[in-house]
Design a protein around this ligand. Structure first.
Ligand code: TXE
Length: 485
């Protein structure tokens, strides 16, 4: 086990401090308090982790059957479940998100991810192709050493989403969680250790993106990289990995449209649009931050959304009835506030929010921001097309279906969209025309773990989920056997 308040690396089955002795502070965004010390990984730590991973692939881990690896994932799921309340508290403290969200979404999903991939791997079928004079079957082998780089918005949720399929397909993992939210990653290492994973199958290196993350991406012996984070970072990761032909999965940013047609179920659409705009303080890559509303209901819809935003309880993430917690950091709030200023400069009207709430100590030192609705902006201005990643939504009217589609597609991102209408024909037509990897109709963030998850354009490359993850974390070898006459 790691010491309380200390967040060391986990390498080759052991918790270890950084080689050069440097640590970073882990800050609680809701209060500014220091929660603990994070090992500041450098190339040397990354190299040790990669060597441990390589050794695991030459050692007992290589002999584990798929059934044993699936059992390991189930044991990890049980371990997370047994510590669920503690993990929810750690996640809420580290991110500023509400305890309710951490309890109901983040931690249960981490459990589900390990259980799901254990089952998916057990039940996957292989490929078989018959020829008149031969048969082909396809083996699925581990890729090797895989780097998993994850962001701060859904720390354990996203780390488990990558770790489970990577382990169940027999790879050796080197994980690098966000330096802003290291706590549940260390807890996951403890749980994986106790579940009986052999040394080196899972390694964790903490540290800054430009140091530990970059060293991991550059490392010649890393065979695949699965990255979730910002588009700018993703571009750097892709450029660094390409000359080495590393396998790459990139899940990046979004500027996702919520399209509301006049024939929608009004109440459900308001509820859905508000949830899409403000869940996790708007810090989910899938958040619907551009609201496109048919002109005939625009005033009524916007008024209802503003009412909803104003009624949201913002404050202490630890209080059970809080709906909006803190943003991830003061720096990030500054960035989001910069966009609120930009919205005004671009001619927009702040219909609600945009201000820091007044909260009692110690929350007065937190990175809180009121949920913000902006009207009156052209749909192609910077505020309406750049990813803000905070509780800010812009509202734009449209007159025709074609116009709505053109506005929805008029950004460089293409992650997800939601469409609100009672007209089934329109729902199918619009869904097919949207340039996004995912479309929800009359719902938002309704997830089946089997479906392809990922984006087009600058929202990423590749898909995660179900067999897409199992394929990413494995290499296919086709065997062609000539039939004997
Ligand atoms: O993410 P980064 P940041 C978006 C959002 C946000 C912006 C920047 O718009 O404002 O990205 O956020 C590691 N080599 N999203 O700066 O830097 C880093 O340590 C290798 C969307 O916090 O992309 C962390 O572990 N790794 C997103 C991870 O990359 C590097 C969620 C993500 O951090 C690295 C988060 C490097 N050179 C932010 N630099 C989503 N799609 O959900 C950083 N990292």
């Amino acid at each position: 086990m790691s010491a309380p308040g200390q967040l060391p690396h986990y390498i080759g089955g052991e918790f270890a401090g950084p080689v050069d002795g440097a640590w970073l502070d882990d800050i609680q965004p809701a209060t500014g308090a220091v929660l603990g010390r994070i090992a500041r990984g450098t190339f040397q730590d990354v190299n040790r982790a990669v060597e441990a991973a390589k050794a695991a692939l030459q050692g007992p881990w290589a002999g584990w059957t798929l059934a044993q690896r699936a059992d390991l994932c189930d044991a990890i799921a049980n371990g997370i479940e047994a510590r669920a309340e503690e993990l929810a508290r750690l996640e809420s403290q580290d991110t500023g998100k509400t305890i309710t969200m951490a309890r109901n979404v983040d931690i249960p999903r981490a459990v589900a991810n390990f259980r799901f991939f254990a089952g998916a791997a057990r039940h996957q079928s292989g490929d078989f192709f018959e020829m008149p004079d031969a048969i082909n079957y396809t083996l699925r082998k581990p890729v090797g050493v895989v780097a998993l780089i994850t962001p701060w918005n859904l720390p354990l949720y996203l780390l488990s989403w990558k770790t489970a399929p990577a382990l169940v397909m027999g790879n050796a993992v080197v994980a690098k969680p966000s330096e802003l939210t290291p706590m549940t990653a260390t807890a996951l290492a403890e749980i994986i250790h106790e579940a009986g994973a052999p040394a080196g199958a899972f390694n964790l290196v903490h540290g800054l993106g430009g140091e530990a993350g970059q060293a991991l991406v550059e490392h010649a012996d890393v065979n695949a990289i699965s990255f979730t984070g910002g588009t700018t970072t993703g571009r750097m990761v892709a450029a660094t990995a390409a000359p080495h032909f590393k396998k790459l999965s990139l899940e990046l940013g979004g500027k996702n449209p919520t399209l509301v047609f006049a024939d929608c179920d009004f109440e459900a659409a308001v509820e859905g649009a508000a949830r899409a705009a403000f869940l996790n303080q708007g810090q989910v890559c899938l958040c619907g931050s551009r609201l496109l509303v048919e002109r005939s209901i625009e005033n009524e819809f916007t008024a209802a959304l503003v009412e909803k935003a104003k009624s949201m309880r913002l404050g202490d993430p630890d209080a059970e009835d809080t709906q909006l917690g803190s943003l991830i950091s003061q720096d990030h709030r500054d960035k989001v506030e910069g966009y609120v200023r930009l919205a005004r400069e671009e001619g927009g009207t702040i219909l609600c929010g945009g201000e820091r709430p007044s909260l009692p100590a110690p929350l007065d030192r937190g990175a809180f921001l009121q949920p913000t609705v902006v009207g009156g902006l052209p749909s192609d201005c910077r505020t309406a097309t750049e990813e803000i990643f905070g509780p800010v939504v812009t509202v734009h009217p449209f007159d025709t279906e074609a116009q709505a589609i053109a506005m929805a597609n008029g950004v460089r991102y293409g992650l997800s969209a939601s469409v609100w209408t009672r007209d089934l024909g329109r729902a199918h037509r619009v869904s097919a025309a949207l340039q996004t990897g995912m479309v929800w109709v009359n719902t938002w963030l309704h997830r089946d773990l089997r479906v392809p998850f990922g984006g087009v354009k600058e929202s990423g490359v590749g898909r995660e989920g179900g067999r897409y993850s199992l394929e990413f974390f494995s290499e296919a070898t086709n065997v062609c056997v000539k039939k004997t006459p």
